[in-house]
Write a new protein. Structure first.
Length: 109
């Protein structure tokens, strides 16, 4: 069974999506996610802002509840950097493909 091609984007009329249209929002998103998750982790460690739950008390600071909180949310710290790595890999792959097609010359019809 062969690989199917993705459906074309309607407003591009069969052309490839320009690299900056993909890379710029992905880079901005990676930066924003990294900053947000880093702030949340640092806030949890240093207590810049005390979190409140329904009863008005702060979040769990010890015991199994605090460990469960850290185990569940600590992997989010890697989310932004991983999106950044994927963005750079995408950009390099697309530039490499563009360079290879440009070196091959015009395609004869």
């Amino acid at each position: 069974m062969g690989r199917s091609r993705p459906a074309p984007v309607p407003w591009l009329h069969g052309r490839r999506i320009p690299i900056p249209v993909v890379v710029v929002p992905a880079a901005l998103g990676a930066t924003l996610i990294t900053m947000l998750c880093a702030y949340a982790a640092l806030n949890q460690i240093f207590g810049f802002v005390e979190p409140l739950n329904d009863s008005g008390d702060g979040g769990p600071t010890g015991g199994p509840a605090a460990w469960a909180l850290w185990a569940a949310y600590a992997p989010l710290i890697a989310w932004g950097p991983l999106v950044a790595v994927l963005t750079v890999a995408y950009r390099r792959r697309r530039h490499r493909a563009n360079d290879a097609s440009a070196a091959a010359g015009p395609v004869a019809a």
